[in-house]
Design a binder for this molecule. Structure first.
Ligand code: F0G
Length: 410
């Protein structure tokens, strides 16, 4: 089994200075332990993905709260050494907005629902949480640039953080498959753009192949097979608990490449294991009907996804047929006693309009899947009216104006 390029001597030495001494890497499947290597993405023993494990000595909310609300408030729980100055644009610290009007108007029969509005991040999506950590590592490794495959948001975020760090940025995109706001951001921040035929899956395959074959050794990859990036994304959970002071009953998350739901579960589990919360939430992973390789497998009781070649959905951010983090995500949802749901494009557009029109929250279609899923779950009795529910609204409405114009002709 090919373990991948793990970093040259300079990078290995740099990594030692970037990452805390109490951090190890662990294979998600076979459990093999490794010392931190910047380019160890697949377990050399079994080929599975890797998790970052931090042996946290102490974390106190009071001390953390002396810092700004955002990703770096939780430094003790992040793998980066205290003396390393992060590449940051002030990411995280996003609003947790309680829905009011949809219940009162009888549109959603659930009265304890909050939207974690990730559209309020610097580039308008949750990806910034991962990139502040990922690009910080890239900068101090001394690489020339960073590279990602993307349905758009990862590209926009990587381009901005690379610009901030003074690094080159190469983004590989599915031709015609990226919403215009995201493409504009990648261009504006100076990314080099390469388009490939097919879906996001072809773009990711190209990046992963090149990384494993060491063809891109000057570039550091920041897709979600990079476990360091997911460390930033787990702070969504820390912030929810920090602000609510309790654990929600359900957290509903859109699932594409399945990295974010895995990171969110890791965040909650860490708080639980540190004794900082007494309960864990149930996770609900949402996929669009035409791009549901994990959810359809779940419905059939399978333990592996049913990959699809031509994913279709209006929610281009999650138009993914071969999610690389499927194992982590299925394990997370199972461990949490949660489940997967699919929603139709019609339901997605409807939910997007409801959030925007009745609550003033403008999200892109992928994020609207969470409200569509909530409505479905409440109707089916899977979530009850009084449950405390978080909808992770992953990206801003401005990302995809064309879909808005199609849904609501001017
Ligand atoms: N929501 C939005 C707005 C996204 O951009 C993505 C992923 C997801 C949800 C799903 O997150 O992949 O961790 O399961 N966008 C990636 C990208 C694929 O390239 O921007 P996931």
């Amino acid at each position: 089994m090919y373990g991948g390029f793990r970093g040259n001597i300079v990078e290995l030495y740099s990594m030692y200075k970037i990452v805390k001494p109490n951090v190890i890497l662990k294979c998600v499947k076979c459990g093999q332990i490794y010392t931190p290597k910047p380019r160890l993405f697949l377990c050399p023993k079994c080929g599975s993905l890797i998790d970052v494990i931090i042996n946290v000595e102490e974390f106190r909310w009071n001390k953390a709260r002396e810092r700004r609300f955002g990703v770096w408030r939780y430094r003790e729980l992040l793998p980066i050494r205290d003396e390393v100055e992060p590449v940051t644009l002030g990411e995280g610290g996003t609003p947790l907005i309680k829905l009011r009007n949809v219940y009162e108007r009888g549109i959603v029969d659930s009265r304890n629902v909050y939207v974690k509005f990730e559209g309020a991040n610097p580039t308008g999506s949750f990806k910034d949480r991962g990139m502040t950590v990922g690009v910080t590592i890239a900068k101090y490794l001394g690489v020339e640039g960073v590279v990602v495959a993307s349905t758009g948001n990862t590209a926009a975020s990587t381009a901005a953080y690379a610009a901030r760090a003074g690094l080159r940025c190469l983004v590989v995109l599915p031709q015609g498959g990226v919403a215009r706001g995201k493409l504009a951001q990648a261009l504006l921040h100076g990314a080099e753009i390469k388009e490939v035929e097919g879906s996001f899956d072809s773009a990711l395959e190209e990046v992963l192949d090149k990384v494993l074959n060491e063809e891109l050794s000057g570039y550091y990859p920041l897709n979600s097979f990079n476990p360091w990036r997911l460390e930033g994304q787990k702070t969504i959970s820390y912030e929810i608990v920090d602000e609510l002071g309790t654990t929600p009953d359900f957290v509903i998350v859109p699932v594409g490449n399945a990295g974010n739901i895995s990171a969110i579960w890791k965040g909650f589990k860490e708080l639980y294991e540190l004794g900082l919360i007494n309960d864990l939430p149930r996770l609900v992973g949402v996929q669009a009907e035409g791009a549901a390789p994990i959810a359809t497998a779940w419905f059939r009781g399978l333990t592996e996804p049913l990959f699809i070649d031509k994913p279709t959905t209006i929610a281009s951010a999650i138009r993914i047929g071969r999610p690389i983090n499927w194992f982590k995500a299925m394990r997370a949802v199972k461990e949490s006693n949660g489940f997967f749901v699919t929603v139709s494009d019609e339901d997605i557009l409807n939910a997007m309009k409801i959030l925007a029109k009745y609550e003033g929250i403008g999200v892109e279609p992928a994020s609207a899947t969470t409200l569509a899923a909530l409505i479905k779950c409440v109707n089916e009795g899977k979530i009850s009216r009084d449950d405390l529910v978080i909808l992770v609204a992953t990206g801003h409405a401005l990302k995809d104006p064309d879909t808005v114009f199609r849904a609501i002709p001017a």
